[in-house]
Ligand binder design. Structure first.
Ligand code: COI
Length: 357
């Protein structure tokens, strides 16, 4: 399928901000966006790149009422050598299709979606920020657009990609965050959509996140919905625990988002010869390991957050300070390595960088 490109006129063109180090994550968008529609009988059609603009949808569109959608988050970087690259984009499009299958959305041709993304970024190439710690965040999204209040699978869809220059995800930057274990709420139950990257998972976590923030925490640590015992993930990140010589992350059981940064941390750790374990880990084991001194670090991983140290964990009204509230050596090492690969500063033995141009 051909991609029709309508670049905006030089007068309309906005220039990227010089300094985005203090920009709120996801608050400023580039000049262009990619769109294409899907209809029954026609499949995907009208692939195009045009000026970033508001969407016009019927108020009855299914997305507004029943949340039928899938989204992704990935990043483009300008390396220290001046090359423009995407980090593991094929993984994001594979996961987008996995979410699409679960949410009854039409799948994309992954190669075509990557081509479309590259052509879109090419239009806004000067928006890839160059300063360390900054990148161009990419948000591919599929939504159900059919106007219909009867509960049904939509017969029409829209796929779009938007881009925004970003700095650190948390206002803390790469400084330890405080997380609180949610006892009242759960995020995902077996058989549900916990492993899908879909809006409802995030909407459903809002209340717990709001309450956590009001009490001074950055995010919520979720436990499994059945036993309320096993650690699952944090609001926008997967989670890792350093216990003795083992680095443990909850195994993917269908209720946890299969994070691409999670996978990168696992691969990098194994490459270094560390013991990286995916297994069930209970909150009791975490607390016990903190209390007996065998747990030395907790850190989260995510595309937006990269690697984020956890300095405080709250559970059942008790505060547990991790690593004196400071960044530990493993979080630092993983952060430096993954960010180093993304900016082309360290060797990439995994071939994770995809050239854009
Ligand atoms: C990401 O890390 O890219 C995500 O999609 C999480 C989102 C809450 C920012």
């Amino acid at each position: 399928m051909e991609i029709k490109i309508t670049p905006i006129s030089p007068e309309e063109r906005q220039s990227p901000l010089e300094d985005i180090s203090n920009i709120v994550f996801g608050s400023q968008f580039t000049n262009h966006m990619f769109l294409m529609e899907w209809d029954q009988g026609r499949g995907w059609h009208d692939a195009r790149i045009e000026k970033y603009h508001a969407l016009t949808l019927e108020p009855s569109a299914i997305i507004f009422h029943y949340g039928q959608e899938a989204f992704e988050g990935l990043k483009a970087y300008c390396t220290v050598g001046g090359k423009y690259v995407l980090f593991r984009p094929e993984q994001n499009f594979a996961r987008l299709n996995k979410t699409a299958r679960r949410m009854c959305l039409p799948e994309l041709d992954e190669q075509f979606a990557l081509k479309a993304l590259k052509q879109l970024i090419e239009q806004d190439i000067d928006w890839i920020p160059k300063a360390e710690g900054t990148s161009l965040y990419v948000r591919p999204t599929i939504i159900a657009t059919e106007p219909a209040l009867g509960l049904k699978q939509s017969a029409s869809f829209l796929f779009f990609i938007i881009l925004c220059p970003v700095g650190p995800y948390y206002s803390e930057g790469f400084n330890p965050v405080k997380i609180i274990v949610s006892e009242e709420y759960t995020r995902a139950a077996p058989g549900g959509v916990g492993e899908a990257k879909t809006a409802g998972n995030y909407a459903a976590s809002n209340l717990a996140e709001k309450e956590a923030k009001e009490s001074g925490f950055t995010q919520v640590l979720w436990l499994d919905a059945v036993e309320r015992r096993y650690v699952e993930e944090v609001g926008s990140m997967n989670i890792f625990f350093v216990i003795n010589d083992e680095i443990v992350t909850p195994q993917l059981t269908g209720t946890i988002l299969p994070g691409i940064t999670r996978d990168s941390v696992l691969q990098v750790g194994k490459h270094w010869g560390l013991t990286m374990t995916e297994r069930k880990i209970s909150i009791d084991e975490v607390i016990e390991s903190i209390e007996n001194g065998s747990l030395s670090e907790i850190f989260g991983s995510g595309t937006a957050a990269v690697v984020s140290p956890v300095g405080e964990l709250h559970y059942r009204g008790k505060k547990y300070v991790i690593k004196d509230g400071k960044t530990g050596p493993f979080a630092r090492r993983f952060f430096d390595e993954i960010v180093g690969i993304q900016y082309g500063k360290v060797k990439d033995p995994f071939q994770w960088l995809e050239p854009i141009l």
